[in-house]
Design a protein around this ligand. Structure first.
Ligand code: DON
Length: 304
């Protein structure tokens, strides 16, 4: 396959929709992003990296960080311990919804909605002492970008407007499903969501899921079955209440963030990371979904 040609075709498919949708502004520091920016990167398991558009521009990774917190938590201990505290069913509700938590006794539906990610961050904080630092170090090592870091202005902006996440976290704590103080957990959660990275960085950092659990240096982060399981939960829950539509259109496990990025995994082959800041109503990038749809439709790079 001519990777660059296929990436260019996907960009061309996305171009007409760029700017369609809304840039997230409930975190005010994200509101200044250019709705017409767009980047797309591809990394393969045999070491090729290609990109088009703004693929080396840094953006706020936001919820894409949740796949790394989950992987690092599962890499650090017996997986069953975590799966008692967070489920793995699609929620069918928005990413920041509170409504299921009461009926389900403070056990979030899955690790990718905000409530579930707060629980995973809490566990990673207990395991490592520095949950956000663990995510940063992992992303630096896998991407080979030592300058990758948290954007402190974005983290502070989210904390100042974080009533919804604080409510979720306190509610979970009321069911004894947090091990650390709410303020500490939220601080780490905001700090890993506010990491700035490029499509290139994220495509490289996600390759362990395409390599069935192996890191860039050849060491094993996850067992083959845990890598399979994370990909499965990404497919069913990674794009929230639009996960069915994303599976239908793109046919790949993927994780979106309100910064406009989507990281998708092609097991055994590679990863794709698309970025365009304007979002649909579920919080997924309109341009990124369109480009990934075009790429997988044109190339057959899908799990189906
Ligand atoms: O907690 C939040 O609302 C953000 N830090 C992350 C949300 C997000 O990225 C949802 N993804 N589409």
């Amino acid at each position: 396959m001519d990777y660059r040609l296929e990436l260019q075709r996907a960009l061309d498919a996305a171009r007409p929709v760029l700017g369609t949708g809304r840039v997230a502004d409930y975190i005010p520091a994200l509101g200044a992003a250019d709705p017409h920016a767009f980047g797309l990167a591809l990394a393969t398991v045999d070491g090729e990296v290609h990109g088009v558009g703004d693929w080396e521009t840094q953006f706020s990774i936001q919820s894409i960080s949740k796949l790394f917190t989950l992987a690092l938590a599962l890499a650090s201990e017996e997986a069953l311990a975590l799966w008692h505290r967070v489920g793995r069913e699609p929620s069918g509700t928005p990413f920041n919804s509170l409504i299921q938590l009461e009926a389900e006794q403070g056990i979030p539906r899955n690790p990718f909605i905000n409530a579930g990610a707060v629980v995973v961050t809490d566990r990673l904080l207990s395991l490592t002492g520095d949950a956000a630092g663990a995510v940063r170090e992992f992303l630096r090592a896998e991407s080979g970008n030592p300058r990758l870091d948290t954007d402190l202005a974005v983290a502070a902006s989210e904390a100042q407007h974080g009533h919804r996440n604080a409510a979720l976290a306190h509610f979970i704590a009321s069911y004894d499903n947090l091990e650390n103080p709410v303020e500490a957990v939220l601080g780490h959660y905001y700090a890993h969501c506010a990491i700035a990275a490029s499509c290139r960085d994220l495509a490289l950092a996600g390759l362990f899921l395409a390599r069935h659990g192996l890191r860039a240096d050849g060491s094993r982060l996850l067992s083959r079955s845990d890598a399979k399981r994370i990909n499965a939960v990404l497919l069913t829950c990674g794009t929230y209440d639009a996960a069915g539509d994303f599976a239908y259109r793109v046919g790949l496990p993927g994780k979106s963030g309100v910064g406009g990025g989507i990281l998708a995994v092609v097991p055994g082959r590679g990863t794709l990371c698309a970025w365009g800041p304007a979002l649909d109503r579920a919080g997924n990038s309109v341009g990124a979904v369109t480009a990934l749809d075009a790429f997988t439709t044109n190339t057959g790079w899908s799990v189906f």
